[in-house]
Write a protein that binds this ligand. Structure first.
Ligand code: APR
Length: 310
């Protein structure tokens, strides 16, 4: 392959992301983890699936960042995951230290890469990655909105007994309890869901979307979601590597857009080669704006608990 993706963290999300990228033949994959043997074992196991699945991607697992040299995309999944009863913010200090160190190591070898952050608490970890890399905001993107929108779409498809492929959804805001699913911009074959479902049902599905991560944590008991998060990370990776100019909800560093300054929150962006090509400022109601600002404030208050200069 002429493209290269590094996935840092070979746990549930990282290994599944690597597998999806390999199976789609998007790029050669370097899987990095701090635990000796895990990325090597999973990487080799994936390679041994290639003859059956029919892909020619090279996959290598390593502890050595030199193998990540000249990556086009770096997907950061390293960190600890939630256990039942934990919020994403409970992971703050441990994961900030991990994200800071792995990003520093990576960008030394891949100074032009696009970083996709997956580690939680997502929006704050994006700020950590931006600071550690010194990259412009176009190069640091958080995976949240694609996942949250996919959850909303899945629940709507179940409710309406229709194909998920007919459903297009938009979720704004931080990746947490304050996220803002936009029912008005959510459609089924072009028809707004507000015309298809009573408000009470929409409200219930919006709430289930907000709690989507916790619902999986509650079921799994040990660890958090990884099939849908890895699918979302792989979709973003594909949009960048193929310069698709795809519009996806992603966490980006806002500098005044939507009246938000200096924090990462989820908004619709155009993704292509070079990362964030454009931030789309769609029309939202005063009510939606209030919710988006509350969400940005929640991200900011978590961010303020961290000493980014330390
Ligand atoms: N460098 C590289 N890898 C690391 C480091 C580090 N400094 N610290 C931890 N890791 C690795 C762990 O060894 C583990 O293999 O990160 C991996 C995390 O995997 P899991 O525990 O399976 O967690 P996962 O479910 O993949 O979630 C990872 O993504 O969705 C988020 O909230 C989730 O923050 C969590 C992250």
């Amino acid at each position: 392959m002429d493209k290269k993706v590094t996935v840092i963290g070979a746990g549930h999300v990282g290994a599944t992301t690597a597998q999806r990228i390999a199976e789609k033949e998007l790029a050669d994959v370097v899987l990095v983890d701090v635990v000796d043997g895990i990325p090597q074992g999973k990487g080799l196991d994936m390679l041994e699936s290639a003859p059956i699945e029919g892909f020619d991607t090279r996959v290598v697992g390593t502890q050595d960042y030199d193998e990540t040299r000249n990556s086009d995309v770096i997907v950061v999944t390293a960190g600890i995951a939630r256990k039942p009863g934990m919020s994403r913010d409970d992971l703050l200090n441990t994961n900030a230290g991990i994200v800071h160190s792995v990003v520093k190591e990576s960008v030394l070898r891949s100074p032009d890469a696009i970083i996709i952050v997956v580690t939680n608490p997502l929006d704050v970890m994006c700020s950590v990655a931006k600071k550690a890399s010194g990259f412009p905001r176009e190069n640091v993107i958080g995976m949240a909105g694609v996942l949250d929108s996919a959850r909303f779409r899945a629940f709507l498809a179940m409710e309406l007994d229709t194909s998920v492929q007919n459903i297009s959804a938009l979720v704004l805001g931080g990746h947490g309890d304050s996220m803002v699913p936009l029912a008005r911009y959510t459609t089924v074959a072009g028809i707004p869901i507000t015309e298809l479902l009573p408000q009470k049902t929409i409200d219930a599905l919006v709430q289930r979307t907000r709690d989507g991560g916790a619902e999986i944590v509650g079921l799994l008991k040990a660890g958090s979601a990884f099939y849908a998060p890895s699918a979302a990370a792989a979709e973003m990776t594909e949009a960048i590597l193929k310069d698709q100019k795809k519009i996806l909800p992603c966490s980006v560093h806002l500098m005044g857009e939507y009246g938000v300054e200096g924090v990462f929150v989820g908004v619709p962006v155009k993704l292509g080669a070079g990362g964030v090509l454009e931030i789309l400022e769609i029309k939202i109601t005063e009510d939606e704006k209030r919710l988006l600002h509350a969400s940005a404030d929640a991200v900011r208050s978590t961010l303020n608990k961290l000493d980014l200069d330390g």
